[in-house]
Design a protein around this ligand. Structure first.
Ligand code: I3P
Length: 109
């Protein structure tokens, strides 16, 4: 699965709140491949190698949990992604349907 997702980092690997200055929203082209959610700067190209930056933004979603971010009301269609290493991301999808589809696919892994 792939598509546009806008990401906000909420908590870090140690479970602590992401510090000021790194809490902004950033738009990515997301690609879910195997157990990894790649958050790429540019559009998906099937045969191109993944860049260093894109690898840095990749999220391991094995044992991760995705739920609708019902406690976040500033933007629509936002899901909350909790990873097995205690990071928390908010991810905004372009529509509710897309949000539900990402949640379903992430939780299937
Ligand atoms: C953050 C940025 C986010 C905002 C966040 C700010 O600043 O303005 O958009 O979240 O507020 O800290 P920075 O880019 O300097 O990290 P919202 O869009 O959800 O308001 P927060 O600290 O209350 O999460």
């Amino acid at each position: 699965k792939h598509g546009v997702l806008t990401r906000k980092s909420h908590a870090e690997m140690d479970g602590k709140r992401t510090p000021r200055g790194r809490r902004g929203w950033k738009k990515f082209y997301a690609v879910l491949k195997g157990m990894i959610l790649y958050l790429q700067k540019d559009e998906y190209k099937p045969d191109s190698d993944i860049s260093e930056v894109d690898l840095k933004n990749a999220v391991r979603i094995h044992h991760a949990l995705a739920t609708p971010a019902n406690d976040y009301s500033k933007r629509p269609n936002v899901l909350k992604l909790k990873t097995s290493d205690w990071r928390v991301f908010l991810l905004q999808a372009p529509s509710e349907e897309e949000m539900m589809s990402w949640i379903f696919r992430i939780n299937l892994v």
